[in-house]
Design a protein around this ligand. Sequence first.
Ligand SMILES: Cc1cc2nc3c(=O)[nH]c(=O)nc-3n(C[C@H](O)[C@H](O)[C@H](O)COP(=O)(O)OP(=O)(O)OC[C@H]3O[C@@H](n4cnc5c(N)ncnc54)[C@H](O)[C@@H]3O)c2cc1C
Length: 420
Amino acid sequence: MVDADQTFVIVGGGLAGAKAAETLRAEGFTGRVILIGDERDHPYERPPLSKGYLLGKEDRDSVFVHEPGWYAQADVELHLGQTVVAIDRAAHTVRLGDGTVIRYDKLLLATGAEPRRLDVPGTDLAGVHHLRRLAHADRLRHVLAALGRDNGHLVIAGAGWIGLEVAAAAREYGAEVTVVEPEPSPLHAVLGPEVGQMFADLHAEHGVRFHFGARLTEIAGQDGMVLAARTDDGEEHPAHDVLAAIGAAPRTALAESAGLDLVDRADGGGIAVDATLRTSDPDIYAAGDVAAVQHPLFGTRLRVEHWANALNGGPAAARAMLGKDVTYDRVPYFFSDQYDVGLEYSGWAPPGAYDQVVIRGDAAKREFIAFWLSDGQVLAGMNVNVWDVTEAIQKLIRSDVRPDPEALADPSRPLTALLE
Ligand SMILES: Cc1cc2nc3c(=O)[nH]c(=O)nc-3n(C[C@H](O)[C@H](O)[C@H](O)COP(=O)(O)OP(=O)(O)OC[C@H]3O[C@@H](n4cnc5c(N)ncnc54)[C@H](O)[C@@H]3O)c2cc1C
């Protein structure tokens, strides 16, 4: 069949979906490209929602992946505010919530993730918030401004990236902030205790209170208003608003009901895809937050919930759908900004995977690179207020070299020299 007779359907109007559509056209695909998203907004990028946009420093227009007019120019058929409710794999069709049936030759699932909900009494109170969508950020902006004005209290459940970034924003607004976290340090599952503590210190210096080793058990309220947040060790924290920032769950329901192979939640969840981003159905691909990729470099299945993975994974899936030779083996990468600290993290080194942490630079001044090693090999590196080193860090991760830890810790030794 020639390109022009084919229809490629993309489910999910986020970064991965929008970039996949762009790539199909950039690669010269002349068939129909249909992008279906359940949000009413054009595809947008989420990182500003917990940073510049939340702080009112970046305007709404700046978050969109493409200008609204781009879709028509690129002949990408957009169905916004429409949910795909079923896939009929035998018939090669998807069904939308309004009953419309659309035939596909190839299908991309870029359905992303959704915030996990707190399963405790009080979560239905009006002052309990999540942060994933533009509308959530709009609401939270008003909430933080009001808390700042009235000296109000925000309790954040979860000291992960979103919890910490919102904590920083809330302090900038002048709100009182308490973060409740079951682990002993922030970002424990990503950075481990050694480097996680640095973030505890950073936020404590800015007036954030932490309650580690505790879980939220109840949000107490009256007449729909939040009054306090209680934890399993019997403590009660005053609260006017609560943010649940306890992670995100991949949106796999559609794939599951279509009988595609999934990954167990205990193993990170997601739609199982091979290194070409193809699912267990040869005509269906998955990319972005929802895809659990068999990663050639790390030899394990990885589901990466970060911007760069949507940015690069969408295009990689598009090329694979076009029959091009694709091996998706990028080193996982993300960035974060909190107060005056900016960082980039490359690699994959959860606690248990590494046996050594090497710090290069001045951790006290928060200008350093942290390396996580296993048996001398670099698994991950995070540069904090040190720039233009990502490429060298990723090369170290990809290489087989076991750099001398002393040289690795010495900022006067160029990273590139350690590759030899
Ligand atoms: C507040 C916030 C801050 C972040 N900050 C950073 C950061 O600083 N650095 C970083 O690296 N990453 C960050 N991330 C993560 C990054 O934004 C995500 O990894 C990225 O958005 C994933 O893109 P995606 O296209 O895979 O999924 P999504 O962006 O979730 O898009 C998926 C879309 O599909 C829609 N959809 C789902 N199911 C259906 C269906 N059945 N029918 C139709 N539409 C459907 C969803 O509603 C959504 O619009 C942040 C995320 C959030 C929420």
